[in-house]
Ligand binder design. Structure first.
Ligand SMILES: Cc1cc2nc3c(=O)[nH]c(=O)nc-3n(C[C@H](O)[C@H](O)[C@H](O)COP(=O)(O)OP(=O)(O)OC[C@H]3O[C@@H](n4cnc5c(N)ncnc54)[C@H](O)[C@@H]3O)c2cc1C
Ligand code: FES
Length: 336
């Protein structure tokens, strides 16, 4: 009663936001520039943090201009970091709300929300004798988490970035090369052109024998999956995507967010998550690519299309949709 309308925990949050039992949060303790567009954010997680496996990602909730936005970032620190802090490394993308905020505006001391780490882009228990990392741009982040975690007998990396100065962690990668812990080929796409996956054998002759972890833009990963499949070694390829592959778009429709009382026109290609956020509706989210289920929302009326498969879901009692990979398929009503 003394603390009404706030709960006692709200006061505890003010003095001890990272305590055990509180909602999991983290405090940004430092932001280190990596390249002109990328920075490493050092986070002290709260007491409930369960630790990660190299290659996993964490969902973080950040307040940008007064709105809590959730995004996923791979953890780049090793699992045995002595000070208990973890790092993510973020590349600012054009018009990106959270990435630009973290790279250019986040300040030490800021509290963020955290989820427990998750993801299956990890190494097996027994480290493979020969490893290939195929990465591009910010796709190097989960792999850096692995390289910092264990020493490999035979690790090769092919990494693509427009120019040498765009290669995130370049100095550290070259230190690993100097210590003979890694063989590295950098493909500078601004001068060399895009990596032609059909010519991977010229860079890494034994690529098909290597257990491979690949992370980068959809074009690279689609080409890699096809290449490994054609050569019958698809079980050796592990991929991590930062964005969903949108394969199908169709006609859109009028979307009603009935809890908020807003109605907007939507095309058939834009995720309802984006449509809602654009309209000022509070939309829960996480990975924004269909893997975390942080965005599920009841579909009250109408129909939506899964942008990955084209499958249509029609409203019926209890039906939930993932707004990050669903678009309007005619008029629909979303319970937000
Ligand atoms: C499992 C997982 C791990 C990830 N790890 C990392 C990481 O370690 N480092 C990192 O920098 N990012 C990572 N991401 C991507 C990250 O979650 C965000 O998608 C990214 O930072 C963009 O968010 P934003 O708010 O800045 O952009 P938004 O404001 O959401 O989008 C702005 C515009 O950019 C487009 N866009 C959104 N995401 C991307 C993207 N990834 N590439 C190109 N265009 C995009 C949107 O369609 C939109 O047009 C990861 C994503 C996943 C799913
Ligand atoms: S936000 Fe992760 S599944 Fe939709």
């Amino acid at each position: 009663m003394v603390t009404t309308p706030l709960l006692p925990s709200d006061y505890l949050d003010l003095v001890s936001p990272l305590r055990a039992g509180a909602d999991l949060r983290g405090r940004i303790e430092a932001v280190h520039p990596e390249t002109g567009a990328a920075a490493t954010v050092v986070i002290r997680p709260g007491r409930g943090w369960r630790g990660h496996t190299a290659g996993q990602y964490v969902r973080i909730g950040v307040d940008v201009d007064g709105v809590r936005l959730w995004r996923a970032y791979s953890i780049t620190s090793p699992t045995n970091r002595q000070d208990g802090r973890v790092t993510i490394t973020v590349k600012a993308i054009p018009d990106g709300k959270v990435s630009n905020h973290l790279v250019r505006r986040a300040k030490p001391g800021t509290l963020i929300q955290l989820d427990q780490p998750t993801g299956d882009f990890v190494l097996p228990r027994a480290t493979p004798p020969k490893v290939l990392y195929l990465t591009a741009g910010s796709g190097i982040t989960p792999v850096m988490g692995m390289l910092r975690d264990i020493e490999f007998d035979d690790a090769v990396m092919v990494h693509c970035a427009p120019q040498p100065q765009d290669v995130i962690f370049r100095d550290e990668l070259h230190d690993l090369v100097a210590d003979k812990k890694l063989r590295l080929t950098e493909v500078h796409t601004a001068t060399d052109g895009m990596l032609d996956i059909a010519r991977l054998g010229e860079l890494v002759p034994d690529w098909a024998e290597r257990e491979t972890w690949a992370c980068g833009p959809a074009g690279l990963l689609d080409a890699a999956e096809e290449h490994w499949r054609v050569h019958g070694v698809q079980e050796r390829l592990h991929t991590e995507r930062f964005r969903p592959t949108v394969v199908v778009a169709g006609a859109g429709g009028e979307v009603t967010f009935s809890a908020t009382g807003k109605t907007v026109d939507a095309d058939g290609a834009t995720p309802l998550l984006d449509i809602g956020e654009e309209a000022g509706v509070l939309m829960p989210s996480g990975c924004r690519m269909g893997i975390c289920f942080g965005c599920v929302t009841p579909l009250k009326a109408g129909a939506v299309r899964d942008l990955r498969t084209g499958e249509i879901t029609e409203a019926e009692p209890g039906v939930l949709i993932q707004t990050c990979v669903s678009a309007a398929a005619g008029p629909c009503d979303i319970e937000r």
